[in-house]
Design a protein around this ligand. Structure first.
Ligand code: UN1
Length: 515
């Protein structure tokens, strides 16, 4: 109760059924059948919520579109002021927000706080950006003409997010969309509605505290629900951009619906991230990077390390050390400060992990350690597992799939070009890394003929990207780029202007058309 009070959630969480939507700061309750939400920590029920009905979803989309019509004319630096104040309140509530992430998504405290920090960081980034939404000026081929580009707000943006980053991924999208002058409708994962209610409540509080003179409308809205709600967003013509994070299967469905109406989609889908460890690698660094990337967030990041491609000369040395590291991890209640591996999100995730391990062994892999459920010294009712290390001869069929659990497949290589081929021979292309002290090897990995991922790192792991870079990957990872760099352009529309300040009307390409 103290946590809910600190997050301004008392009034919602006290209800037998939580609101299905927060639209313009107002709670809406759906008649649909409610479902119980349990915590991955101990399986205890946290509350109930009903998916938003079609009517409520439409209301939220129309509210976001209506908001955009006003918000687009507020000068961008003033839009940035809203984001600046959101960032201040997030800082004040950082601990409580992180505790809620831990409770609902099962993340350990340090990683939950890291996630809230990502929100704070993207606020700062977006505030700076609010004075830098600039276009080019271009010389014209015609005398006394000038060309320029402007970036205008795009409209209302539909944001669909996953359970594993229940706040940060929305924040990457929403904080940029806000400074870009867009409205936002958010459908979070049905596994983390309470985090979403806390986030939306915080934004609504800031909007209301600023008064209608500074912020004439509520630009952000929330709808809870399952796949059907996401489908409604994807199909709606008032959402020119759908930004969706989740599985490749989900992304493919969203992309097809959005493309059918010629909308824009920004997709952050699965990864199958690998690290190459070469003979010159600093093994101490590599070991730490491997363990954090493979077992952090219990292997449930889209950037989690799933494949380790090790030079054959290192295998004998590295494997026993990895087995030791994997076998001695503090696994348990994510609220305890010394825990490094918390629970899987739910029973389905546990069974998917078991199925993958069995398939791997059927296909010729050897389980080196882990995979089994931890039942001692962990809260009853949660799905705690020993992270698994699996020796594979190469990219087996099961290795091509992303299993959202802590399984690390280890394979060996002889020549770097073979390692790069193995690296790229999966359907996904999100994040990648090489550990090497050889400049040649590092540059080869980063070159056009190297890693085919959207993120390629040297001497750091695959996960834990900073917000300043563009985040995303290619192939089955979806092709979208969010967060830093020039990802803001996704949330705006580009307009090319040509201005004639002369008293003639020359036509481009030298065309003569005298009347
Ligand atoms: C995700 O798992 O969906 O790079 C996002 C990372 C985090 C974001 C991951 N900054 O691991």
């Amino acid at each position: 109760p103290a946590l809910l009070a600190e997050l301004g959630l008392t009034r919602y969480a006290a209800e037998p059924i939580w609101p299905s939507a927060l639209v313009a700061g107002e709670a809406h309750y759906a008649d649909e059948e409610a479902r119980a939400l349990t915590s991955p920590i101990h399986g205890l029920t946290l509350g109930h919520f009903a998916p938003a009905s079609a009517g409520i979803v439409n209301l939220a989309i129309e509210a976001a579109h209506g908001a955009y019509l006003k918000w687009r004319s507020v000068p961008a630096p003033l839009r940035g002021e809203l984001v600046r104040r959101i960032g201040i309140l997030v800082r004040q509530r950082k601990t409580a927000l992180a505790q809620l992430i831990t409770l609902e998504a099962g993340k350990i405290t340090a990683e939950a706080e890291g996630e809230v920090q990502e929100w704070i960081d993207i606020c700062d980034f977006a505030v700076g950006l609010s004075r830098q939404l600039h276009g080019l000026t271009i010389v014209s081929e015609r005398p006394q003409h000038r060309m320029m580009e402007q970036w205008h707000p795009l409209g209302a943006v539909g944001v669909i997010t996953a359970f594993n980053f229940p706040m940060a991924v929305w924040a990457w999208n929403a904080m940029l969309a806000l400074v870009c002058g867009d409205g936002v409708v958010w459908k979070p994962s049905e596994k983390t509605p309470l985090c979403a209610l806390a986030v939306q409540t915080l934004v609504d509080e800031v909007v209301e505290s600023m008064g209608t003179e500074l912020v004439p409308v509520h630009p952000c809205h929330l709808v809870l629900g399952e796949r059907e709600v996401g489908e409604r967003l994807a199909a709606h013509p008032l959402l020119p951009l759908i930004s969706a994070t989740g599985s490749t299967r989900m992304g493919r469905a969203v992309a097809q619906t959005v493309a059918g109406r010629l909308g824009r989609s920004l997709l952050e889908l699965g990864g199958n991230n690998a690290m190459i460890v070469t003979p010159s690698a600093d093994l101490e660094l590599a070991l730490r990077a491997i363990v954090f990337a493979a077992v952090g967030t219990c292997g449930q990041r889209c950037t989690s390390l799933r494949r380790l491609i090790v030079h054959e000369s290192l295998i004998e040395q590295l494997l026993p050390r990895l087995v030791r590291a994997f076998s001695s991890l503090p696994i348990g209640d994510p609220r305890y400060p010394h825990t490094l591996v918390g629970p899987l999100i739910d029973a389905d995730a546990y069974w998917a992990m078991q199925a993958a391990l069995q398939a791997a062994q059927r296909q010729g892999a050897t389980l080196l350690c882990g995979g089994e459920r931890v039942e001692q010294d962990v809260p009853e009712g949660g799905y705690y597992v020993h992270p698994a290390l699996v020796r594979v001869p190469g990219n087996l069929e099961v290795v091509n799939e992303e299993t959202f659990a802590p399984i690390l497949y280890v394979m060996s290589y002889e020549e770097l070009h073979d390692a790069i081929d193995l690296h790229n021979a999966v359907p996904q292309g999100l994040s990648s890394a090489i550990f090497t002290d050889s400049l040649r090897e590092a540059e080869q990995f980063l070159s056009p003929a190297g890693s085919d991922c959207g993120i390629a790192n040297v001497n750091i792991g695959t996960s834990g990207a900073e917000i300043g870079g563009a985040f995303g990957g290619d192939k089955d990872s979806g092709g979208g780029r969010e967060s830093g760099s020039d990802a803001w352009k996704n949330y705006m529309r580009r307009v090319t202007n040509t201005i004639n300040y002369g008293d003639h009307l020359p036509l481009a390409q030298g065309i003569r058309f005298d009347i």
